[in-house]
Write a new protein. Structure first.
Length: 70
């Protein structure tokens, strides 16, 4: 058990409903984090695979944005 999961004697036991709710919320947060990471990786991979000779990439606030030259 981790530090947060230790059950003290004075604490009320969790119901099955509460445990399922906590697990579902934790799973949804994990899925959202994975989706965001996957989105960033796929964008970076797309940039590497499809370079445009006329495009240069500029970092704006830490985000690489393609800028097409005329």
């Amino acid at each position: 058990m981790t530090q947060q999961e230790n059950v003290s004697m004075g604490r009320k036991a969790e119901s099955i409903y509460t445990a399922r709710l906590k697990n579902r919320l934790r799973c949804e947060r994990k899925k959202a984090a994975c989706a965001a990471c996957r989105s960033v990786r796929s964008y970076e991979e797309h940039i590497r695979r499809n370079p445009d000779a006329r495009a240069c990439y500029v970092s704006i606030n830490g985000i690489s944005m393609p800028v097409l030259s005329a």
